[in-house]
Design a protein around this ligand. Structure first.
Ligand code: NOJ
Length: 556
């Protein structure tokens, strides 16, 4: 029997604060803006909000480089307005989750500034400072995932520091017990204030192999990854955080685990006394049109997507819990990737049904619910994100022509998900009264919240009803998953079953007509059609021929 828990029954809305809503008219999203939108968030039928980092940060990686863990970035407000948001959310029955970024800090964090002052400084050992192998040779051959090598030299100390991400994001030395005490103190600070849990950024990277040895196998722009992913002490550290902090609160944790298999995820989230995290964000289904990173594009392959979905559904069922998502601040917009901009509403609803009714806790990213699309800028220089600039640099070095580099960047950049939220057809899409910090997508007059609010057929209202349906139906929350027709290149068909009830979800990933025949033990006429994305829904010979991106959900 399933182990019922509140975090399994909730759905979460993700806010990337800089682009959500500007409440003080400076062109930057903030917590005053969030306050104005709490009723809207509640109306989506979600149960919680995950905030991407709200902390003070020089924004080398837009908040994922933190310079003060116990405060709010002045662009977004202060602790008082944060408390108002927290109370306002709680009054509406919404929980609040913070992003916990503890693999690295900003190089402008006081700990790092201190650590640089001398080898005897008490903060020196908060980071990985090491002597070079020889003059001009860093301590090992690891790559930074964001820019060149993973080490930066400091002349004053004649030592190098490790940064898996940008050089403005030095890695914390988690093997130092003082650093772990700091992490616990950060967790307590927010939990004591009333926050309900954490999304833990690249949590699988926090323990590095002893001695930081050079990697024997070189990986393009990711050499060394095997030496800091799921490292030797990661479970110990997480167990310690749980024992000393999390166990004292009714809270929730979701880890982020790049390049992970369900078996490994279970080593973190397996239910039982040794469970360290409640669930893990995996990336497998984000690689159906690319290889490892969004930049390395390949044609979309539905079978790859289905394989990933099913592997995680089957691999976790009854043992651990899944985090379900199609969008977040790290990936381009899903309709532009796996759906069709031409059939935006149809494919948007189909994509929503393809994941919201799986087993797990669904996350919906700001703007996903109204079908926001990628924003193609005309030059790499116009983009803001450090990652796309790095990818473009590597691609140029490999000799790719400028036009190809731009095309890859446009398709893959995280900036696609970071354009201002489109609230209305007013100037700046109703996001702000001042020029926004980043380009608003020019399609905002057509795609915006206001135009969808009262339209029963809008994508927004589809999300609302699908999330309500999920919340009301234990079948969708706890039911068993089964996939049909795994070989189909056009259709994704899955079933959820619970007690005597079954849900059948049929999703077409093409605009071409495809014949769908109900699986052997189904009689479509006997089912109740609970969702579809076209008005007429004929059934012919226990099946139908799909229209572009058609989706139907039947309850039996
Ligand atoms: C994962 C975050 O989601 C991403 O935005 C960030 O750049 C890296 N971790 C580094 O913190």
């Amino acid at each position: 029997m399933e182990n019922k828990r509140w975090y399994k029954e909730m759905a979460v809305y993700q806010i990337w604060p800089r682009s959500f809503c500007d409440g003080n008219g400076d062109g930057i999203g903030d917590l005053w803006g969030v306050l104005q939108k709490l009723d809207y968030i509640k109306s989506l039928n979600v149960d919680g909000i995950w905030f991407s980092p709200l902390y003070p940060s020089p924004n080398a990686d837009y908040g994922y480089d933190i310079s003060d863990y116990k405060n709010i970035h002045p662009d977004y407000g202060d602790l008082d307005v944060f408390k108002q948001v927290l109370d306002g959310a709680h009054e509406r029955g919404l929980r609040v989750f913070m992003d916990l970024v503890i693999n690295h800090t900003s190089d402008e964090h006081p700990w790092f500034i201190e650590s640089k002052k001398g080898k005897d400084n008490p903060y020196h050992d908060y980071y990985y400072w090491r002597p070079g192998r020889s003059l001009h040779r860093p301590p090992n051959n690891w790559d930074s995932l964001f820019e060149g090598g993973a080490w930066e030299y400091d002349e004053g100390l004649d030592e190098w520091y490790l940064h898996i991400f940008s050089k403005k994001q030095p890695d914390l030395n988690m093997s130092n017990p003082k650093v772990r005490e700091e992490v616990k103190s950060i967790m307590r600070f927010w939990l004591d204030m009333g926050v309900d849990g954490f999304r833990e950024d690249v949590i699988t990277y926090i323990s590095k192999v002893e001695g930081l040895p050079s990697a024997k196998i070189k990986l393009p722009a990711a050499t060394g990854m095997g030496y800091y992913t799921n490292g030797p002490h990661v479970h110990e550290y997480l167990a310690e955080f749980k024992r000393d902090v999390l166990d004292f609160y009714d809270c929730f944790t979701v880890g982020e685990g790049p390049r992970m298999e369900p078996e490994t995820a279970l080593s973190y989230v397996r239910e039982g006394k040794d469970q360290e995290l409640n669930m893990m964000i995996n990336f497998a289904h984000m690689e159906a049109d690319c290889f490892i990173t969004d930049f390395l594009q390949r044609p979309f392959d539905l079978r790859k997507l289905k394989k990933a979905f099913t592997k995680w559904q089957d691999g976790m069922y009854g043992k651990g819990w899944n985090a379900l998502y199609l969008e977040n601040h790290d990936h381009p917009r899903i309709i532009s990737r796996y759906g069709s901009e031409r059939y935006r509403t149809e494919s948007g609803k189909m994509l929503a049904a393809s994941y919201l009714f799986q087993c797990g806790t669904p996350f919906v990213y700001q703007g996903q619910e109204i079908g926001m699309l990628n924003n193609r800028l005309t030059s790499i220089d116009l983009y803001k994100d450090i990652m796309v600039k790095n990818n473009a640099r590597i691609a140029r070095k490999l000799g790719l022509p400028a036009s190809k580099v731009l095309e890859l960047a446009q398709k893959s950049t995280r900036d696609n998900a970071r354009t201002p939220m489109q609230w209305s057809d007013a100037e700046y899409a109703g996001f702000s009264t001042a020029t926004p910090w980043f380009y608003v997508n020019s399609n905002y007059k057509e795609i915006n919240v206001e135009s969808q609010l009262d339209d029963p057929d809008s994508l927004l209202n589809f999300y609302r009803s699908a999330l309500l349906f999920r919340r009301d139906n234990p079948l969708v929350i706890y039911g068993r998953y089964k996939e049909y027709y795994p070989e189909s290149k056009e259709l994704y068909v899955y079933e959820r079953s619970y007690d005597e009830r079954r849900l059948l979800v049929v999703c077409s990933f093409t605009e071409e007509p495809v014949r769908f025949d109900a699986p052997a033990d189904y009689e479509l006429e006997k089912g109740k059609r609970v969702f579809s994305n076209y008005e007429e829904n004929y059934i012919i010979s226990n099946g139908f021929t799909t229209r572009p991106y058609e989706m139907r959900v039947y309850l039996f």
